[in-house]
Design a protein around this ligand. Structure first.
Ligand SMILES: Cc1cc2nc3c(=O)[nH]c(=O)nc-3n(C[C@H](O)[C@H](O)[C@H](O)COP(=O)(O)OP(=O)(O)OC[C@H]3O[C@@H](n4cnc5c(N)ncnc54)[C@H](O)[C@@H]3O)c2cc1C
Ligand code: SF4
Length: 494
């Protein structure tokens, strides 16, 4: 018999090597690597989600008639070795892995790799698209994907007459106190409890209470809920941040897409169908489709195209993240602490909190790119190497010097105040740059521009900001205030 090795982020019958597998000729191998699970202080809910989903998938395959060898081993290599000794397969096949490290490992272990269909644009296709272009722009890639895949197209024209409805989707938080659809929760069962008992002790993160679905069936139910209840409101307030509402109209489908419990094609098909049936407006449908066939596939392609991006650090930032990121020190910065609390509770916050609170703060503070990358990989339920490297190093920190973004995504308190309700009730004032109530985001923002003048002042997209900086009459005081803030953050006192 041959062996089909299913990796923990490829949990779907339709993916690669498993797609054509027949129980009469193929035994399934799944390996829980103890080294991978206990190697870092992963969020409890992340480990619970990944391990439970793997075990449920193994049960599903057993029910479908497969002989499944489910192993817990010190490492993937040790698990494969033990499997080979026990079952003597005539060959071991797997789908191309989603991370560089595992891809290399499987090649070293003589595993035959089947081309992956887990993404809509294979990494070779992305490389072909990128070849010869001087600059890779998301918008160009996205339009190509729309044409190629046919989503939201009326013949050769984009549905609704525009490729991009982004400008309709940047509204500040609604002030009308509207109710947002509550996300469904799963009931924990015996398997959930068994997995939780086996997890290492002392992990960060609250106990799971069912926010994250751990089977394909439950993930499909989450997709249906999103399409029916949430998608019509997706879009206009995508960038808003509210203290009393952690999800707004975000889909929260990333963990399922990243583990293979859902495939991008079925998610996009469902959105297209809802749009064609008149159940969702074009700006919501387009906004969501752009995230999945545009951004998601774009960062996937970039991950494979630019291996050097991972270690980039053009801003030469070397600090460790402040102690508040690792608890229990608490910050008086309401935006930051609310976001850290949300991660502790669920292992998830939405895109703008990741980009404009966490990464923005880390950049202004001067955190080493690797320290934010490692921390985010540990803390997010949807973390994966391929998605984190471009998003953290490229988008979030501009550590690659602008391969993905023309200027760093940094801002002071004014942006946070416009897009959230965090500043009401914060002990700092977003517009203040001196004195007791000086907002750390605002002070560090101007200090960041000042510190990186050599590298950034010639960037025409920052010309207005440098013009303002040059007119500030209190630059020396601001530099001193920034040093005080950085010291206080570093010792957990802010
Ligand atoms: C610093 C930083 C770190 C991030 N880390 C991760 C991560 O570990 N895992 C992860 O899946 N996404 C990550 N993202 C991208 C994005 O923030 C999340 O995919 C999104 O917030 C997940 O929530 P959602 O499913 O409700 O997304 P929605 O807002 O509902 O968007 C729909 C889907 O689009 C996809 N998507 C949207 N933007 C991106 C993007 N920039 N990159 C890749 N996919 C995207 C996701 O699959 C998401 O489920 C990160 C972004 C930043 C700026
Ligand atoms: S005032 Fe500054 S620190 Fe406080 S919530 Fe607003 S941006 Fe954050």
């Amino acid at each position: 018999m041959q062996t089909v090795w299913v990796l923990g982020d490829q949990l779907n019958r339709s993916i690669g090597a498993l797609a054509g597998a027949d129980p009469a000729d193929a035994r399934i191998l799944l390996i829980e690597s103890e080294g991978m699970l206990s190697g870092r202080p992963f969020h409890r809910q992340r480990l619970h989600l990944v391990v439970t989903a793997m075990r449920r998938f193994a049960d599903e395959l057993t029910s479908a008639g497969f002989d499944v060898d489910y192993r817990r081993s010190p490492s993937l290599a040790a698990g494969l070795d033990a499997h080979r000794r026990e079952h003597r397969p005539y060959r071991v096949v797997a789908t191309e892995p989603n991370s560089r490290r595992v891809d290399q490992l499987l090649r070293d272990l003589d595993v035959e790799l089947v081309r992956s269909n887990q993404f809509l644009c294979h990494r070779d296709e992305f490389a072909a698209w990128a070849g010869g272009r001087s600059r890779l722009r998301l918008e160009d890639f996205y339009r190509e994907q729309r044409r190629r895949l046919g989503y939201l197209m009326d013949g050769d024209e984009p549905a609704g007459g525009r490729w991009n409805f982004d400008r309709d989707n940047r509204e500040p938080p609604p002030r009308d106190g509207r109710p947002w659809p509550e996300p469904p929760r799963s009931r924990l069962d015996d398997l959930d409890r068994e997995v939780l008992e086996q997890l290492p002790t002392g992990l960060p993160g609250a106990e799971p209470v069912g926010w994250w679905a751990t089977s394909r069936r439950a993930a499909l139910a989450r997709l249906r809920h999103f399409i029916e209840e949430v998608l019509p409101g997706f879009g206009p307030h995508e960038d808003a941040m509210l203290t009393d509402n952690w999800h707004l109209a975000h889909s929260m489908l990333s963990p399922y897409l990243n583990l293979g419990l859902l495939l991008p094609v079925e998610v996009c098909d469902a959105v297209e169908e809802a749009y064609r049936a008149g159940r969702v407006p074009i700006n919501s449908a387009e906004g969501f489709i752009r995230q999945v066939i545009g951004w998601r596939e774009f960062v996937w392609g970039i991950y494979w195209l630019w291996p050097e991006q991972r270690d980039a650090n053009v801003l030469a930032h070397e600090r460790e993240l402040p102690p508040g990121f690792h608890g229990p020190a608490r910050s008086g910065m309401r935006c930051l602490q609310t976001t850290l609390d949300a991660i502790e509770e669920r292992g998830w916050v939405h895109h703008i909190q990741r980009l404009m609170i966490l990464a923005n703060f880390a950049n202004l503070y001067g955190a080493a790119p690797a320290s934010l990358l490692d921390w985010m990989r540990e803390r997010f339920v949807d973390a994966a190497d391929w998605v984190m490297v471009p998003n953290v190093i490229g988008m979030g920190l501009w550590a690659d010097g602008g391969l993905m973004a023309t200027k760093p995504y940094v801002s002071g308190g004014a942006y946070v105040n416009r897009m959230s309700d965090y500043c009401n009730g914060c002990r700092f004032r977003p517009s203040s740059r001196s004195g007791e109530d000086a907002c750390p985001f605002t002070v560090l923002y101007w200090d960041f521009l000042d510190r990186h003048r050599d590298l950034l002042s010639t960037n025409h997209r920052l010309a207005r900001q440098y013009g303002t900086l040059d007119r500030l009459g209190d630059l020396d005081e601001l530099r001193q205030a920034a040093t005080g803030i950085i010291d206080a953050c570093g010792s957990g006192d802010l």
